[in-house]
Design a protein around this ligand. Sequence first.
Ligand SMILES: Nc1ncnc2c1ncn2[C@@H]1O[C@H](COP(=O)(O)OP(=O)(O)OP(=O)(O)O)[C@@H](O)[C@H]1O
Ligand SMILES: [Mg+2]
Length: 250
Amino acid sequence: MTPTDPLLRVERVSKSYGSERVLRDVSFEMDRGDVVVLIGPSGSGKSTVLRCINRLTEVDGGDVFLDGERVTDPDADVNDLRRQVGMVFQSFNLFAHLTARGNVMLGPRRVLGLSEEEARRRADEQLALVGLEAQADSYPAELSGGQQQRVGIARALAMEPKLMLFDEPTSALDPELIGEVLSVMLDLVERGMTMLVVTHEMSFARSVASEVLFLDGGRIVERGPPERLFERPEHDRTASFLRRITELHS
Ligand SMILES: Nc1ncnc2c1ncn2[C@@H]1O[C@H](COP(=O)(O)OP(=O)(O)OP(=O)(O)O)[C@@H](O)[C@H]1O
Ligand SMILES: [Mg+2]
């Protein structure tokens, strides 16, 4: 690692499932504190990009580097990588038999090997940061979707990751619950977290993205700062995608 290394470097990543090419030569970089938003139609490969970064999916070609370390190296320590990269899913994925606190404590206990007491302290700290100190003892079934997703974010943060990946974190939520999750994500941006976010919440992208990447057919078709990309897309495919999204959200 050298001080000039970006935090994340995705270099010509490609991936196929059978004969279907899902990612083609995807390249981008993120510096510390950057917020990159990934948009694109269903099936364009957005989730696959995130999954290649924390090796839930193996790339066929190209490389991913985190802090200068080649995470796509077959010998790389995947558990160590997952400690450094937090992921938040569309569908929360909380354990139903554990309380909010129990869900957040699990990683620090099992993966980081913290004591019960340390893990509890860390969980309570993270739950407070997402505004859920009063819900620490609640089970997922007793929480709203927005609260469950905030537990999901606290769970990822409890590992003190270098990079956070969000895969459509608000798309399973009722409209009135989206705001509370976005506001937790905005706090996180302000605290300097490096975030790669798949979302079609354009106002979020507009206010915090350092760069927006538009993916179509497994390629980055267009990229740029949100103002430029949203207002003056250079490609027809970007323009028509943005029109569809705007219609859906208005
Ligand atoms: N495990 C898998 N096996 C086979 N095909 C897969 C697998 N995972 C993804 N695919 C295919 O890869 C393509 C890209 O999928 P991906 O989930 O990355 O798209 P996406 O942009 O996240 O879509 P969405 O907006 O619907 O979430 C799709 O055609 C999908 O069917
Ligand atoms: Mg997806």
